[in-house]
Design a protein around this ligand. Sequence first.
Ligand code: NAD
Length: 356
Amino acid sequence: MSNPLKVALLGAGGITRSHLPAYLEHPDRVELVAICDMDEPRAAALAGEAGIDSIYTDFNTMLREADIDAVDNCTFHPAHAPLSITAMEAGKHVLVEKPMAMSVQECEDMIAVADKTGMTLMIAQDLRYSPEAVCVKRLIDDGKLGDIHAGRTHLMQKFGVGHDRYADAKQGGGILMSVQIHHIDLLRYYMGNVKRVTAVCKSVTDTMANNAEDLVTAILEFESGAVGNVFAFPGDTPMDIVDGKRTRSDREYIVYGSEGTIHSTPQTDRNMAHFGEVLFAPLTGKSAGEFTPVDTSDAGTPSLKPFVNQILHFEECIRTNTEPFSSGRDNIDTMKIIFAIWESSKTGKAVELKNL
Ligand SMILES: NC(=O)c1ccc[n+]([C@@H]2O[C@H](COP(=O)([O-])OP(=O)(O)OC[C@H]3O[C@@H](n4cnc5c(N)ncnc54)[C@H](O)[C@@H]3O)[C@@H](O)[C@H]2O)c1
């Protein structure tokens, strides 16, 4: 690889504004050299913000002409697998936005091409790269929660308005693929792989197209024996303000162990993405102890911004030839949870992930 890693952004939509700071703040490690979007004004606008003048409207032309080591794929969901495969076959490492792909077969194809070409394939599950997630994972791995018995996550969000494509089942949309995949992936990061799923999904608001789900209730059975619950509903949560702080969130996760509990809090700072600080309470005797914020001062992440950390992790993995925490090989097991939720809701039966 070049030093710094030379990257092209593929897609110049909303999420690239969260990717851009990594390139602007750490040009010594990741240099943004080109931008490609089939919508030229979008590509030009992003190039202006990034201070570069190399723009393309055709991906294959960019692959042929631009001097790049890697592609940061921020396109629509159905384009994730085909364009990532094309990039790897052209000898480019790939960071691809979530969701990894549209089917188990596509995920397997991407992993196979990464293996064949030796390219790094990483999925942008940015929450894993937050200082909070790094420290919670460390607490769990150090046994501070004891045996993990259960986890749950809920999301209350009216989805679809202004997100047509991402709320359309025919275009890989729905609340699971578009939003809750982050929280499901985090539960899996903390609790390990899931072996069985039982679920009901519904499409209950007219902002969702082609029966894309916005109501979900799912029971997860983890390989460890722990259980989990995933719930989504397109409604409002009252946001109580106490001492200037929100006390209830439209999204949260909880992990229950034999020795303690982890609980996310509402987001107060955009940089923290999706959640605020995370609280930990050790179990004292028969009741929970006092919840206090997990100390993130020694997280060791280069930035407070998860998106910056994930792009620097991508660069580090390529430089050191190591597998990313959210590699394709890892992420297929997050994707299978969502495919199993859909399958169970369709058939009314429990779905074993090993059968997918
Ligand atoms: N991590 C997060 O928190 C987060 C948040 C929002 C979106 N996302 C994900 O990021 C991805 C992009 O989302 P967005 O909101 O930026 O979408 P967007 O619709 O704003 O932008 C996507 C861009 O990709 C371009 N594009 C699509 N196919 C292309 C092709 N073949 N060649 C060139 N350009 C192409 C489109 O023209 C468009 O400008 C999605 O996968 C989405 O789920 C992640």
